[in-house]
Design a binder for this molecule. Structure first.
Ligand code: AP5
Ligand code: MG
Length: 217
């Protein structure tokens, strides 16, 4: 399965990506997660990416395309992958199409998670992520069973992402509208776009996506 989760910040790409990855036994490839890991490790790449991420701008195409090129050639991606947060503009989408055409393994489905902007702001300000295992929670919509404790790994490191402050969120949403939303037409023209109501509950959305993916497998 080679699929892309497309959607605004807070639309549920990470939440659904995690589920799909488990369901299909293929990796969820999130450029945001890979970039945050590079920033946390203090690598040269992380240093180059940090300013753009703090501002809610896109990191350079050269960096993210390089990351994806490398990640998709790892052995665990041979059976497929769920892309989360990539591509984010035309340059990235075209580079990905060219890369996959050369391998004769084109994308099979692009799932658009459709969510209203007002809902996104509340989801993002309420998000908490487990620093130990990456599980995603929301203090308003899907809190952990015990306050401040991860249901999955029991760690007490549930943190707010540094770009989940109102100012940066506003810019991330603007950048999405200007640079990423136009990809909807790009993939619609390829006949590969599937729209899902991203405001349903998490389990229902997962079921809907699962049904779509079964039709393209
Ligand atoms: P990235 O990490 O990709 O962030 P994003 O696109 O802003 O998306 P988020 O991770 O914020 O949201 P999500 O859609 O994953 O939602 P989630 O499932 O967590 O990118 C961060 C930065 O890295 C970018 O700003 C950029 O600087 C850089 N970057 C990354 N990729 C790049 C690229 N390709 N090119 C250039 N730069 C790049 O859910 C959000 C919250 O809602 C959670 O609390 C969750 O519990 C809750 N929730 C989810 N689904 C539901 C539901 N159905 N009902 C109720 N609550 C829900
Ligand atoms: Mg995410």
């Amino acid at each position: 399965m080679r699929a892309v989760l497309l959607g605004a910040p807070g639309s549920g790409k990470g939440t659904q990506g995690e589920r799909l990855s488990q369901q299909y036994g293929i990796p969820q490839v999130s450029t945001g997660d890979l970039l945050r890991a590079a920033v946390a490790a203090g690598s040269e790449l992380g240093k180059q990416a940090k300013a753009a991420m703090d501002a809610g701008e896109l990191v350079s195409d050269q960096i993210v395309i390089g990351i994806i090129r490398e990640r998709l050639t790892q052995p665990d991606a041979a059976k497929g992958y769920i892309l989360d947060g990539f591509p984010r503009n035309f340059t990235q989408a075209q580079a990905l199409d060219e890369m996959l055409a050369a391998l004769e393994r084109p994308l099979q489905a692009i799932i658009l998670l459709d969510v209203n902007f007002e809902v996104l702001m509340r989801r993002l300000t309420g998000r908490r992520t487990c620093q130990a295992c990456g599980a995603i929670y929301n203090i308003y919509f899907s809190p952990p069973e015990v306050d401040h404790r991860c249901d999955k790994c029991n760690s007490d490191q549930l943190v707010q992402r540094s770009d989940d402050n109102e100012e940066t969120i506003s810019n991330r949403l603007r950048v999405y509208e200007a640079q990423t939303a136009p990809l909807v037409d790009y993939y619609e023209a390829q006949g590969k776009l599937y729209k899902v109501d991203g405001e349903d509950d998490i389990t229902k959305i997962a079921k809907n996506i699962g049904q779509i993916l079964e039709t393209v497998r």
